[in-house]
Every structure is written in structure tokens, then in C-alpha cells.
Design a protein. Structure first.
Length: 115
């Protein structure tokens, strides 16, 4: 992916992340699929990492496909990602979201009208 394409993809991924409702989470792969690049989950992760410092982008609400907080090491402090999610009422045990399917927000369903 060329740098300009990557930057555009980052912006589009970040725009999707902005739409994740409070108290809900999605996955890197779900965002990638929504953007028409189902094999670009890792690039979505890079986009979330690039968004740190922007309170407008809730990168803490994006986790891996199993609900594991794989991006936690990109947040300041050792537990910030978990704390942010717990502040929204999301339960976490051993770095994994409890009842992941209950709090999962799928942009492919929720944003289908906007596509």
C-alpha cells in the first residue's frame, strides 16, 4: 500500500472508529471488512495506533476478533485501555472482553445504511 493510500485508509478506519458507540467494541477485522479490505486488519491496527493523542477517536474500542486487548501496549500506562473500557461498563478478564458477542458492534451491520 502506498503512503497516500495508507493515509487515506487510516483516515477512513479512524472515521469508522469514531462511530463506535459508548460501551461497545468492534474488531480490527470488522473495520477492514467494512472498508472493503478484509485482509487489512493489521493496517486498521496501525491506524488506531496512529490516532493516539486524539480524544475524538476511541481506539480503545477496537480489539482483536476474539475480544482480546491486543493493542493495550500502545496506550500510556499498563492498564489504560482496560480502564477506559471498564469505565464504559465493559467487563474484562485476563485481557479479554467478557461476553464479547454482547458488546460487539459490527460496522457491516450498523453502518450498512450509510454505505
Amino acid at each position: 500500500m502506498a503512503i497516500s493510500q495508507e493515509t487515506d485508509f487510516f483516515k477512513r478506519a479512524q472515521e469508522v472508529a469514531k462511530k463506535i458507540p459508548y460501551g461497545r467494541v468492534t474488531s480490527y477485522g470488522a473495520i477492514a471488512k467494512f472498508l472493503g479490505a478484509s485482509r487489512a486488519a493489521r493496517t486498521v491496527g496501525w491506524a488506531m495506533n496512529a490516532s493516539h493523542g486524539s480524544n475524538a477517536i476511541p481506539a480503545h474500542r477496537v480489539v482483536n476478533q476474539k475480544g482480546i486487548l491486543t493493542g493495550k501496549h500502545h496506550f500510556e500506562g499498563t492498564r489504560l485501555m482496560q480502564q477506559l473500557l471498564e469505565n464504559e461498563g465493559i467487563k474484562i478478564k485476563n485481557n479479554q472482553i467478557v461476553n464479547f458477542d454482547m458488546v460487539f458492534w459490527d460496522p457491516n451491520i450498523e453502518l450498512r445504511v450509510e454505505k
